[in-house]
Design a protein around this ligand. Sequence first.
Ligand SMILES: Cc1cc2nc3c(=O)[nH]c(=O)nc-3n(C[C@H](O)[C@H](O)[C@H](O)COP(=O)(O)O)c2cc1C
Length: 304
Amino acid sequence: MDLSASIGSLRLENPFLTASGTFGYGTDLDGVVDLSLLGGIVTKSVTLRPREGNPPPRICETPAGMLNSIGLENCGLETFASRKLPSLAALPTKVLVSVAGESADEYAAIVERLAYEDAVDGFEINVSCPNVKSGTSFGSDPRLAGSLAARLRRISRKPMIVKLTPSAPDIVEVAKACASEGADGAVVSNTFPGMVIDAKTRKPAVANVTGGLSGPAIRPLALCLLYRVHRSLPEFPLIGSGGICSVEDAAQFFMAGASAVQIGTANFFDPDLLNRLAGDLEEYLAEQGLADFRSLIGSVRLPV
Ligand SMILES: Cc1cc2nc3c(=O)[nH]c(=O)nc-3n(C[C@H](O)[C@H](O)[C@H](O)COP(=O)(O)O)c2cc1C
């Protein structure tokens, strides 16, 4: 069965990727996940300089989800390039490096440094982190997002996917700006802003006070956003992200218009899921009488 997927110039063996920040730098789950069964992995977001992230507690369980305020903790560009990248070159799957920055210059410096690295199959441009100051400003403003995409496009021809934020006043306009400036596709979307307060102590559950909500709780919200973007930009490849925990969840995103999906929070409670998804998709397609998963994309049956 043909499970291959395309996101602009990026070719994947199948439409299943890991979501940034939930799978380390790709090798952390060695022995747990068979990476050859995945379409690709997305690294933890990399910033120009190392970041310690926000103070703990940074994670809290919520009904059908989790709240996190990690705050982009990562080892920084140079350590990533010298210590992490060499082991990524040998992985039997595509590797997308998630790039985050506080200014266009920072994003540009990271893409420039990695543009000719063979281990890097493409970039995911994170303009949507809710847990850092100014983290969502690029993703909230179509003009800023478009000019960032245009600048990065001039630096590298490698596949470039922009990860959008649900906090944008109009996510469709941000997607349009990125598409028109040469992005290969977009991830819809990052976590939703959320908050939990301990009713006894009156303290917020995460020290950063607010965080990003992920997991099944946000699935219908992310699905709705992706559907809206796909309706306005049917030719622009989209990757679904938000609460996907099974092949049936993934199928909903394909039907709404996604060409691939990412698995995030589910990795924490079902680390074997990534080993099963490609096989589960084949079974699902057989049940549906389909030979090619791409026939699912945008196939939602709307009321007439
Ligand atoms: C602990 C944690 C850390 C995350 N770190 C990042 C990150 O560094 N960069 C990023 O773009 N998204 C990050 N995300 C967001 C996920 O990649 C994903 O888009 C989001 O959690 C929604 O998908 P899910 O419900 O399947 O987890 C993080 C999510 C979690 C739960």
